[in-house]
Each structure stands twice: as C-alpha cells, then as structure tokens.
Design a binder for this molecule. Structure first.
Ligand SMILES: [Zn+2]
Ligand SMILES: [Zn+2]
Length: 345
C-alpha cells in the first residue's frame, strides 16, 4: 500500500500531527499503514519522541518529507529531549497515548486551530511550560471542553472532517470557548527562551549562551547597571535597540560577548546564581573558545555589509585562493545563502 496523497508539513507542525494528517487525507490510519509495511511493532510508539532511525527513515520516505529524515527529525521533539538531559529531575514533554493522563495530555489553542486552513498541531504545544498561546494570549486546553476526553490524534477516525475533533464526542475543538489572559514579561521571556532552545539543538551553543548571559548578569551586578543598552553605549559597545527587543536572548548573548572581549578580567570574579551553567560551559564544552564562530555570525547577522564582505574577500585573495561565496561565508561565519543574497543584490 502506498499513499496517494502527500501533504507538505506546515510551519512549526508537530511530527505526529503531520503523520496523522497525512493518514487522514488518505483515508487510512497510521496503524494500518504500519501493518501493511510489516512495521506493526511500532504502532505503540510515541512518534514525536521516537529515536528509531529505521522508523524515521521510513516515515520520511513513505510520507515524502521534502527534507528527508533531517526534516522529520526537526519536526519531532528529539532536540528538546536532547536539551532536557541537563535537567534530570523533570520531563519537559507532555504525554500522549497511553501515557496521556488528562493533566499531562498535550494542549491546544482553539484560536490557532480555527485560523488554520487545515488544523494542525504545533510542536511547542507538547511542552510542559507552554500553557498560554503566545499568538493569541488565550488559555490553552488539554482536553475536550464538552466531554473532558484528552486529545489523542490517532484515535480521530478518517471519516471525520479534520484532526481537530474530539475522538470521543466529535466536538469541534476549534469552537472551544476561549479565555484571554494577559502574558507578563517573565512568561514572554520563558517562551522566548523556549523557542530559542528548540531552534538551537546544539547543546554546546546553548551552554555558551547561558555562559554569556551569566557573564552579562555578573557585569550588571558588579557595575550596578540598570539599563544594559545605555550602559553599553557609554563604553562604546553599540547594540541595535530594535534587535534587543525583538530577540532578548540573542541580545543578552551578543552584548555579553562584546563585554567579555572588553574586559576578560570580569571572568575571574565570576560568582553568580548561574554558576551551574558556567561550570557546564567551561568544563564540558570548552567555553568560551567554541563560541567564536557562532558569535561572529550572531554579530553580523544584522549588519552584513559590503565592507565586511570585501575585507573577507581580500583576506582570502591574499592566501592565493579565489574568494567564492562559500569561502567568504566561512570566513565571516555566516550562512552561504546570506553572502550570495548580498552579492546578487
Ligand atoms: Zn493561538
Ligand atoms: Zn469530547
């Protein structure tokens, strides 16, 4: 049995959402699909946390993911599992299937679902901390509002019009009553950190960010600074204010890196409640040495200009090689497409 309909994954979509959506469109279920391919043994697996390469490869091939197994992996929660290892006392991922006790089944935002052309479930909805939709600032639900049944995607039968239906009473989850709640600064910060973390599955970089954040924190304490942007300005470090607001975690890290370059002695006086990150970063990940290429790209991600490109090209030419976009990109530590876009106008 091969699938007739292949759906493209939607932005931020959860792996299991995409898989069940595709099965739904083909009027089949994941169980029968696995059964037909002799993979019945995987029927009970939580797809989003599945590390089995064989199954992931099969999904990528059978459901035709445009980016193959890497794309499939990116839609799952494996990067989060990887991060979670640093915090052994708790799980960040909400349950599903048999483990879906009502209070831990994953949440949904009715407004997000109602805005979708084809209702799809987001990756971050399965994170334990994520309780309020940051797009709509509404309280999310973890069960059907009519019958209290938990959200279980694989039980939604194919003859239902879409996945956002309660498997038990057939209520449309998109019409759940929504309650608007105000998000405070700290929860926005938590959400920001969360997405940052999900997009940066490299643990070394994550440790590096915390290392630098801690460094900035230390600097602020030692110097008694309230407004880091202004204080940085007075000592000659210029940070784009818009950037500081649009991406606070990145801003902290960038600012800290600048400062660290200016005053490495601060490092010696390090005492802070981020000590754990500091230890992790220095001992296990050889920080701050590993961060250089990364911060180069961070710093220039918002001010790539002709001067930087020319300088890099000159340095490459001096060594007798041709300055191709790939070499320039490597030199300045950014993605090759950025350089190409710049050179092409
Ligand atoms: Zn929403
Ligand atoms: Zn229901």
């Amino acid at each position: 049995m091969t699938l007739a309909v292949h759906l493209a994954p939607l932005p931020d979509e959860l792996l299991s959402s995409w898989v069940h959506r595709t099965c739904h469109a083909n009027a089949t279920s994941l169980y029968s699909l696995l059964w037909h391919h002799g993979l019945k043994c995987y029927a009970q697996v939580d797809l989003d946390q599945c590390k089995n390469r064989k199954l992931l490869l099969w999904l990528a091939r059978e459901l035709k993911h445009p980016e193959g197994i890497c794309g499939v992996r990116d839609m799952s929660l494996l990067p989060v599992l990887e991060m979670e290892k640093g915090f052994p006392h708790r799980s960040w991922i909400r349950g599903i299937d048999r483990r879906a006790f009502k209070w831990r089944s994953f949440r949904y935002c009715p407004v997000c679902l109602s805005e979708d052309e084809q209702p799809c479930f987001r990756r971050y909805w399965r994170l334990d901390w994520y309780e309020i939709c940051h797009h709509h600032q509404v309280q999310m639900f973890n069960a059907c509002t009519s019958c209290e049944a938990p959200l279980i995607l694989h039980r939604v039968r194919w003859h239902k019009s879409h996945l956002a239906r309660c498997y038990s009473c057939d209520a449309d989850l998109r019409y759940a009553p929504n309650r608007v709640v105000a998000l405070d600064q700290s929860s926005m910060k938590a959400i920001d950190d969360l997405f940052f973390l999900m997009d940066h599955r490299d643990k070394r970089k994550y440790a590096a960010i915390h290392f630098l954040e801690a460094f900035l924190d230390q600097w602020r304490r030692v110097q008694g600074v309230d407004e880091p942007v202004e204080a940085l300005e007075t000592i000659g470090v210029h940070i784009d204010v818009g950037f500081a607001y649009s991406s606070p975690a990145m801003f902290l890290a960038t600012a800290a890196h600048e400062l660290w370059q200016l005053d490495k002695k601060l490092l010696g006086k390090f005492i802070s409640n981020h000590r754990r990150w500091f230890n992790l970063a220095v001992r296990d990940f050889q920080c701050p040495a590993v961060m250089h290429p990364y911060y180069k790209s961070l710093k220039w991600s918002y001010d790539l200009n002709a001067e930087i490109i020319n300088q890099a090209a000159n340095e490459i030419s001096k060594t007798g090689r041709e300055p191709t976009p790939a070499r320039i990109a490597r030199k300045i530590g950014c993605h090759v497409s950025r350089v190409e876009n710049f050179l092409n106008g």
